[in-house]
Design a protein around this ligand. Sequence first.
Ligand code: ATP
Length: 227
Amino acid sequence: MLLQIEQLETFYGASQALFGVDLSIAKGEVLALMGRNGMGKTTTISSVFGLNPAKRGKVVFNGTDITKQKPYKIARLGLGLVPEGRRCFPNLTVNENLLASARHGEWTIEGVRKLFPRLEERGQQSAQTLSGGEQQMLAVGRALMTNPELIVLDEATEGLAPVIRQEIWKAIRALKNTGQSIIVVDKTLSELLPVADQCVILEKGVTVWRGTPDNLDADVQERYLGV
Ligand code: ATP
């Protein structure tokens, strides 16, 4: 397994948010991390990246126990994050944002520009002047520039215009085709399910369902994802 999470329990101060999250993803897989609002998706991701480390349970990446590891060390091991809300460096240009995170590997700035041609057009612009969609492309590009073995996208297309959403999904499909391992959180099931190899559903900080998109039938959807 590339990433294995076992019985993760994470807190915000005294308040417990995760009560037992399990998931595992093999190399080359796309995993859809699902669940209604507030069920623990972002907290799970924060725990994996060491931003809010788990109090109990275990996170193993490529054979290394990273449960209590520092975020920068986790990133160096080959985990790339596209956080909710994007968080590019606002005062740096697009090019600077990309180059700032570059690490040796197959992904270069040219590759990122091929994936998102808009980023080439906007190369000299500061990140804060980009549209939300362009910022998301930049956030994905920046994560790719670290040449991650596993890239994690939290709310991949939230708040973006439909045309831009399509571009992001297209890029995710292209990444999958290169064999990139991906964990993705998104509410658009019609786009998410076709690209996913497996789904993990959280409810109240617990993994309550794991399976393939084919098995995620209407009952499961209504029970765990329905509004
Ligand atoms: P969303 O899609 O709304 O972001 P989510 O599934 O990612 O939902 P989390 O953001 O992980 O869910 O939230 C899980 C639980 O942790 C919720 O009960 C939430 O209220 C709580 N929580 C999240 N962030 C904090 C925080 N900074 N301080 C305290 N509690 C928090």
